[in-house]
Design a protein around this ligand. Structure first.
Ligand SMILES: [Zn+2]
Length: 152
């Protein structure tokens, strides 16, 4: 995420800027846009599907995440500092899985990596958050069914 926020994730456009000769700098997943970090992780139609699953899980209507976006600015909700950290971890989990799938396509030349299931996002983000969170115990059932309650 440090690299992604600084546009240093090695998407095709960044490789091209560094003088690497590539056949194309278009998104290897949708082929509709240049592959930038923002497009790859946030805006690509394949990424959008994943973000939509997460929005639905959290009960948010709409909103396109941006790197380091805070919940109050994204979804007009009030939340604690811990809530923002939890949301950030969910965002990073999504970006990690989107990037992993993108790499699956690029390096294994499949049409699209295995679809990222909401369950995969829930399990991995819970694992990362629950094990590191010292301020509050996070129950699995609450995480699955009412994650908003954890951030208020
Ligand atoms: Zn795309």
């Amino acid at each position: 995420m440090w690299r992604a926020k600084r546009e240093r994730l090695l998407v095709l456009l960044e490789l091209d800027k560094r003088g690497i000769d590539l056949h194309s700098v278009r998104c290897p997943l949708c082929d509709d846009h240049l592959e930038t970090v923002k497009h790859s992780l946030l805006e690509c139609k394949h990424a959008s599907i994943i973000w939509e699953k997460v929005r639905s899980w959290w009960g948010f209507d709409s909103g396109i995440p941006s790197f380091g976006s805070l919940l109050p600015s994204l979804y007009h909700v009030q939340c604690s500092d811990l809530g923002n950290k939890i949301w950030q971890a969910v965002e990073w989990t999504c970006c990690y899985l989107i990037w992993k799938n993108r790499n699956h396509k690029v390096f294994k030349n499949t049409s699209w990596g295995p679809p990222v299931a909401l369950n995969e996002i829930q399990v991995l983000s819970y694992d990362w958050i629950a094990k590191r969170c010292k301020e509050r115990k996070i129950e699995w059932h609450e995480w699955l069914h009412n994650p908003k309650s954890l951030i208020m």
